[in-house]
Design a protein around this ligand. Structure first.
Ligand code: SAM
Length: 322
C-alpha cells in the first residue's frame, strides 16, 4: 500500500476544469430533469459546501484551520448523531478487501473503512474533499492505496479491479445515475459488491417532515410574507424565484430539503427505484436505519428499520461469464 506517493490531484474540477462557483441566482435553477442537469453545478455546490462542514462549525472560521480538532469534533458529532453507521460497518467484513469509496465528504467513514482493514482507494468530485481527505490521511497516518479527484460518471480505474465499492450518501446526488452505476459495475470484479446508502423514499423524513410539514411551513411563511434569516429565508428566496407552486412540487422541493436549500439535486429511493436506476446490479440486501425528520425531534423513536431515512443496499454486478 502507498502512503501518499501514488495520490493524484487534478488542479481544478473533474477533467481538470476549474470548479465553478455556485450560481445561486441562476434564473432557472430548478430544471432538475436529470438529462438537463449539469454535473458542474453539482460539483460547484459540494466544492462550496463541503459535506458536513457547517454541522460543527466551519474548519476555517470555528477551528481556525486546526484540522486535528475539526476532524475529532466532526467524527464525534457524526457517530453520536448517526450511530447506526458504525454498527452497519461493523457487520461487514472489510479486512483485506480492495475497496473504492466514492464521495468522501470529510473522510470520516473512509477512516473507519481503513481502520477495519480495507485496502482503500478514494474518489471525490471536488478538489476540496480530496484536499481534506489528504490532510486526514496524513494527520492520522492512515495507509491507503490511492486518492483521486474525479467523477462516478467516469471512474478513473480499469475494469474488474475492486472487491467492493462503498458509497454513503452520494449516489442519490448523481443526476446521471444510470451512467454512474454502469461505471461502478465495470470497475467491480464479477463477484464484487456495491454497498451504498441512499435516502429512503418510504421514510418518515420524506413522507411527513419534507412532504408535509416543511411544505406547510413554507406555505405559512409565504402567506404571511415573512422572510426570516437563515435556511427558512433561503427557502423563501427559492420560492419567490421559482414561483411558490412550482417550488412546492415534491419533485422540486426534495432537492432543496435534504442537504440545504442550495443543493441542486437529490433523489429518494425505494427498492423499485433502486432496481430501475441500478440495472447493472441485482439487490442482495437492503435495510433502513435512522429516524430523522427535522425539525421534529424523532431520532429517539425506535422505528428506524421501518421508516428510517438511510436506505443501505448491497448489490452484486450482473456480469456475463466469458
Ligand atoms: C453528501 S456528501 C457525502 C460524503 C460522505 N460519504 C458522507 O457520508 O458524509 C457527497 C459527496 O459526494 C461527492 N460527489 C457528488 N457527486 C459525485 C460524483 N459524481 N462522483 C464522485 N463524488 C461525488 C461530493 O463532492 C461530496 O463530497
Amino acid at each position: 500500500m502507498d502512503m501518499g506517493g501514488k495520490s493524484r490531484l487534478l488542479p481544478g474540477g473533474a477533467g481538470g476544469q476549474p470548479a465553478r462557483q455556485p450560481h445561486l441566482t441562476d434564473p432557472k435553477p430548478f430544471a432538475r430533469d436529470k438529462k438537463s442537469m449539469d454535473e458542474a453545478e453539482v460539483q460547484a455546490f459540494w466544492q462550496a459546501h463541503p459535506c458536513g462542514d457547517e454541522q460543527v462549525g466551519s474548519v476555517a472560521r470555528a477551528f481556525r484551520g486546526d484540522y486535528q480538532q475539526f476532524f475529532k469534533r466532526y467524527d464525534t458529532f457524526r457517530y453520536r448523531r448517526e450511530r447506526h453507521i458504525l454498527s452497519c460497518l461493523d457487520s461487514i467484513n472489510f479486512r483485506g478487501v480492495k475497496l473504492l469509496e466514492i464521495g468522501l465528504g470529510q473522510g470520516a467513514d473512509s477512516e473507519q473503512l481503513i481502520r477495519r482493514g480495507a485496502r482503500w482507494s478514494g474518489l471525490d468530485l471536488t478538489e476540496e474533499s480530496v484536499r481534506r481527505m489528504h490532510v486526514r490521511l496524513e494527520l492520522h497516518r492512515l495507509p491507503y492505496d490511492e486518492l483521486k479527484q474525479g467523477s462516478a460518471l467516469a471512474i478513473p480505474y480499469p475494469d474488474n479491479l475492486f472487491d467492493k465499492v462503498f458509497s454513503h450518501g452520494v449516489l442519490h446526488h448523481v443526476p446521471n445515475i444510470r451512467v454512474a452505476q454502469r461505471e461502478i459495475a465495470r470497475v467491480l470484479k464479477p463477484d464484487g459488491e456495491l454497498i451504498m446508502m441512499v435516502y429512503a423514499k418510504w421514510s418518515f423524513n420524506y413522507l411527513v417532515a419534507i412532504g408535509l410539514l416543511r411544505r406547510l411551513g413554507l406555505l405559512a411563511l409565504y402567506g404571511l410574507n415573512i422572510s426570516p434569516a437563515g435556511v427558512y429565508g433561503d427557502h423563501m428566496a427559492n420560492a419567490r424565484r421559482m414561483g411558490l407552486r412550482n417550488y412546492l412540487k415534491l419533485s422540486n422541493f426534495i432537492h432543496r430539503n435534504t442537504d440545504g436549500p442550495h443543493n441542486p439535486y437529490s433523489k429518494v429511493y425505494g427498492l423499485r427505484e433502486v432496481r430501475q436506476d441500478f440495472s447493472a446490479f441485482q439487490v442482495t440486501r437492503a435495510y433502513k436505519r435512522w429516524m430523522h425528520g427535522p425539525p421534529l425531534p424523532v431520532s429517539w423513536l425506535p422505528f428506524g428499520s421501518f421508516i428510517g431515512w438511510h436506505l443501505w443496499v448491497h448489490l452484486r454486478p450482473i456480469k456475463l461469464a466469458h
